[in-house]
Design a protein around this ligand. Structure first.
Ligand code: NI
Length: 169
């Protein structure tokens, strides 16, 4: 595994609609392993392939509440993910992005989403996510559609020191 360079928002790859994955080959396995390692080192709670300069529909998410054992940390690697349903209920929350360093912003997202896609071996998966996990999935799936959270945020700002520990994606 190796750590890949994280591309900033100024790179065009972050503004392109990423290509669907059709072949679940060794190259894809290496990409996913590298994305997981890159996300952990950053550190972040999610990463999309365009953020490492690869225009493919692949995301990784690793999130859990360290203060709450009932929400253990779980790793997701999803290929061709899409949101197939979402709650009408939305919630405002603060997001950061590894490709938009030194800023955070408040974004309205659906409280609950159902995501469908494939795992790293091509098996179909369906995930129902709520709260922060739902927010991370929406943020990462935006990335593979060329959308940044800054497009959705009403305002973005430089975090204060106490906000600096914000988890980013
Ligand atoms: Ni991001």
């Amino acid at each position: 595994m190796s750590i890949r360079k994280i591309y900033p928002y100024t790179e065009t790859v972050l503004r392109q609609k990423a290509q669907p994955v059709e072949v679940f080959d060794e190259e894809l396995q290496i990409l996913i392993d590298d994305m997981v390692e890159t996300m952990r080192v950053a550190p972040g709670v999610g990463l999309a392939a365009p953020q490492v300069g690869v225009s493919k529909r692949v995301i990784v998410v690793e999130f859990g509440n360290e203060d709450d054992d009932s929400i253990p940390k779980q790793l997701y690697a999803l290929v061709n993910p899409e949101i197939v349903s979402q709650s009408e209920e939305t919630i405002l929350g603060i997001e950061g992005c590894l490709s938009v360093p030194e800023f955070i912003g408040e974004v309205e997202r659906a409280q609950v989403v159902t995501v469908r896609g494939q795992d790293r071996h091509g098996k179909n998966v369906k995930i129902r996510a709520e709260g922060w996990l739902a927010r991370i999935f929406q943020h990462e799936i935006d990335h593979i559609n060329g959308v940044l959270y800054t497009d959705r945020a009403e305002q973005i700002w430089h975090p204060d020191q106490d906000e600096d520990e914000m988890e980013t994606t």
